[in-house]
Design a protein around this ligand. Structure first.
Ligand code: GLC
Length: 425
């Protein structure tokens, strides 16, 4: 079996658990048209303030979120403690731009952590390196004020060194107050100059100091790869793409986690129509694990603090499928066996799982495995799948005698993606 490059962060549980929930929540839930709305519409801070003044998620009950995540089969959660807009969901001592100063008036993160831990999930925080609110953050290509006629003057006196220290202070707070298992810093863009405004990377974030601080506070925390400091990366994070192969860095397979959305944006977006269907949702999870990766699937809660019905429906797709098939996900990884036509394989020791994407007529041909399987069954109902005798298969189907033939029911079982478990001898 392929093994990823070892990590300093403790990724043992992570690789086993495979499936997590991403949550993007902030002031952008009010406009409900993308978490980048402030940048996309170039909304100056004084106008964006109208969302801060109205942030009041009175229906927020993280126990409901945690229950939905656990029922969907998710084993960990990563919450945006601060996104690019700069608004903080906890009672940080280093800013006034935080939830406790909104009409809601209470910290959101402590109850969140408690609720998810109570459901048995591990906790991680997303922390934005960008900050469109902080007065020391130099205006750049993504900043809402990038096209301001006086941008040079607005940038005078801004001091990224002070901002880098602010980030270290906040990260220290998050780690010491909530003891997260994952820290997900986002993101770097050193080459992105815009009309003389430079992009930002490790020198601006002071990534080396930030990294040293994080490791000092919690040596085995899992860190992602977006602070422009290769040494810091435990996990690699392809975003809104489905890698066809195990993700490699310098030719070596690494621990990786694809992050994906239900509908395109991360923050709640009322008018978005591109919600993925149930087949896509389930296949994304399988495709990821079949290439040795994790899936971090995102929900963008509303400004009330609720998951909207479309998100609940999508989570129910995972819930229903995982209730019957989680054995082919947890503890599983890419198999070295060749995939049958229209199938994906995952493997956990001597158990091989065939995920059938297009239901074939009567027989499923599995290369290499003739004589190597003692028993086959469906995961959804535990019913046996018959193995055809090798000689019969070879003569009837004109295939090599290394090919194992499984006899299937005529109709696809009534699950989004059926899974056949093979016990290898
Ligand atoms: C991007 C976006 C951001 C989102 C993140 C998730 O970097 O800036 O909005 O939070 O990806 O991976």
């Amino acid at each position: 079996m392929l093994k990823p490059k070892p990590t300093q962060g403790d990724t043992t549980w992570f690789i086993h658990d495979r499936f997590g929930m991403f949550i993007h929540w902030g002031l952008y839930a009010l406009p409900s048209r993308h978490e980048w709305v402030q940048s996309q519409e170039q909304i100056p801070p004084e106008d964006y303030y109208r969302y801060f003044e109205r942030f009041n998620p009175t229906k927020y009950d993280p126990r409901r979120w945690a229950k939905a995540a656990r029922e969907a089969g998710m084993k960990y959660v990563v919450l945006t403690s601060k996104h690019h807009e700069g608004f903080c969901l906890w009672d940080s001592a280093y800013t006034d731009y935080k939830v406790t100063n909104t009409p809601y008036g209470q910290d959101l993160i402590a109850p969140f952590v408690e609720a998810f831990r109570a459901e048995g999930l591990r906790i991680g925080f997303y922390y934005s390196l960008l900050d469109w609110h902080h007065p020391d953050f130099l205006i750049d290509v993504f900043h809402p004020l990038r096209n301001h006629p006086d941008v040079a003057r607005l940038n005078e006196g801004r001091d990224m060194k002070r901002y880098a220290e602010y980030m270290r202070n906040q990260v220290r707070e998050l780690i010491t107050q909530f003891d997260p298992d994952i820290l997900w810093c986002d993101f770097s863009y050193p080459g992105r100059d815009y009309h003389g405004l430079p992009g930002k990377g490790r020198d601006d974030w002071e990534s080396e100091e930030l990294y040293a601080l994080i490791r000092e506070l919690k040596p085995h925390i899992i860190l992602n790869n977006r602070m422009d400091l290769p040494v810091a990366a435990d996990i690699y994070t392809p975003e809104q793409v489905q890698p066809l192969e195990w993700v490699k860095v310098d030719g070596e397979p690494v621990v990786w986690e694809a992050c994906q959305t239900f509908s395109g944006s991360w923050g709640y977006f009322r008018d978005e129509l591109s919600w993925k269907d149930e087949g896509q949702l389930i296949r994304m999870l399988i495709n990821t694990v079949a290439r040795g990766g994790n899936l971090l699937m995102n929900v963008g809660p509303t400004s009330h603090g609720t998951f909207d019905q479309r998100a609940l429906d999508a989570l129910a797709v995972y819930r229903d499928w995982m209730a019957l098939h989680s054995e082919s996900i947890y503890g599983c990884t890419q198999s070295e066996y060749q995939e049958p036509q229209d199938c994906r394989l995952t493997q956990n020791g001597d158990k091989l799982y065939i995920h059938v994407y297009a239901w074939p007529f009567k027989h499923l041909m599995v290369p290499e495995l003739a004589g190597k399987v003692s028993y086959a069954r469906f995961l959804h109902d535990g019913s046996e799948v018959a193995l055809k005798p090798t000689e019969w298969s070879a003569s009837q189907l004109q295939i090599g005698d290394h090919v194992l033939v499984l006899e299937l029911p005529m109709k696809q079982p009534d699950v989004v993606v059926p899974v056949i478990e093979l016990a290898l001898t």
